[in-house]
Design a protein around this ligand. Structure first.
Ligand SMILES: Cc1cc2nc3c(=O)[nH]c(=O)nc-3n(C[C@H](O)[C@H](O)[C@H](O)COP(=O)(O)O)c2cc1C
Length: 334
């Protein structure tokens, strides 16, 4: 089955290795993307720390930010050597900092340069090189623009395009606003698939539930979920069943918490702050009684400082005191 059928989006300050480890407890098959790592950080910064992940995380994709073909080729090589399954080039980030570096969404205005970058990376590695992009820049809603971008980049050998189905407005909006204000236009993504049937086209943007996401798979190759996967991570527990016809790795939230407890102890023993490991789990019980107690206990700095890994037990106690644990298990068995 197409390995891009369900992906979890790259998200800066969210999808770090702890978050991906947690997501992997919820789905074996979701394709997990790293936060964007700039070529500068990778070539001149703490490379080993930036690339580290554990073997259980596959399939995992390294997302790169950059616009200089040689630097991207070298960064891709480091990624392949570290064991990543794919390298993805960010052509969708609208932040001013990224624009100053002349990469991210502003690269959409330079398809020939993106093609050159893709070619350089493909020459350097044998894992797939893919691109994540928007459907336009600023207020220009001209389909020809994104069609020509995809066509040019595909000629360089890129076969997978992850399309965030809104324009990036480069001036006047914050990155956060750029994820809500420019309208979603899913039809444009379907048009791309119609014009490039041989390419793998993955839809991203605004997907909040599986029914809506699966409906897109009638016409597209894959879906990518971002914010919902982080805010309500339990949604990932349905991915293996609904998209791949396989059993989820754990039957209920309690099992996931136990798996994370083992990981937490190992990571804290290796010097990681408990807070960093626990943060992705804040939304695990969302929608259930006791979710607030869980979230509050896991994110209380004083408690974390005093209790370290035992914070997990305190959070479970806080949730169960509100009747959450018992009802959560019952709900999952139904
Ligand atoms: C906090 C945050 C950080 C993000 N960082 C990145 C990033 O590093 N690279 C990237 O390509 N997109 C990034 N995005 C955009 C997401 O990958 C995704 O395209 C966007 O959130 C739309 O999908 P969603 O509606 O499912 O969240 C980020 C989004 C959020 C919310």
């Amino acid at each position: 089955m197409n390995p891009h059928r369900f992906c979890v989006a790259p998200m800066l300050d969210l999808t770090d290795r702890h978050c991906r480890h947690f997501h992997r407890q919820l789905s074996r098959r979701a394709r997990l993307y790293t936060e964007m790592v700039s070529t500068g950080a990778l070539l001149h910064g703490p490379r080993e720390r930036l690339l580290r992940f554990d073997e259980t995380q596959h399939p995992v994709v390294l997302q790169l930010g950059g616009s200089e073909p040689r630097a991207l080729a070298q960064a891709a090589r480091f990624g392949e050597r570290a064991g990543y399954d794919e390298v993805n080039l960010n052509c969708g980030c609208p932040s001013e900092r990224v624009q100053r570096g002349a990469f991210g969404a502003c690269l959409m205005a330079e398809p020939a340069l993106v093609a050159e970058c893709v070619r350089a990376m493909r020459d350097a590695v044998s894992i797939p090189v893919t691109v994540k992009h928007r459907i336009g820049l600023d207020r220009v809603e001209d389909y020809g623009f994104v069609r020509d971008f995809v066509g040019t980049v595909a000629q360089a050998g890129c076969e997978v395009f992850v399309v965030h189905a809104r324009n990036a407005w480069l001036a006047g909006l914050s990155p956060r606003e750029n994820r809500t204000v420019p309208p979603l236009r899913y039809g444009t993504v379907v048009d791309l698939k119609r014009d490039f049937p041989a390419l793998t086209i993955v839809l991203n943007g605004g997907l909040r539930d599986h029914d809506a996401a699966l409906a897109h798979l009638a016409r597209l190759d894959g879906v990518m979920m971002g914010r919902e996967a982080c805010e309500n991570p339990w949604i990932l527990a349905e991915v293996d069943g609904r998209y791949f016809g396989e059993a989820a790795p754990h039957a209920n939230r309690d099992e996931v918490v136990e798996a994370m407890r083992r990981y937490l102890l190992r990571e804290v023993a290796a010097g990681e702050p408990a807070r960093a490991v626990l943060r992705p789990m804040l939304g695990l019980f969302n929608g259930l009684p006791g979710a607030r107690g869980w979230r509050r206990a896991l994110s209380a700095p004083a408690l974390l400082a005093a209790e370290g890994p035992r914070t997990l037990d305190r959070a479970l106690q806080a949730m169960r005191a509100a009747g959450g644990g018992r009802r959560a298990r019952t709900a999952e068995l139904q």
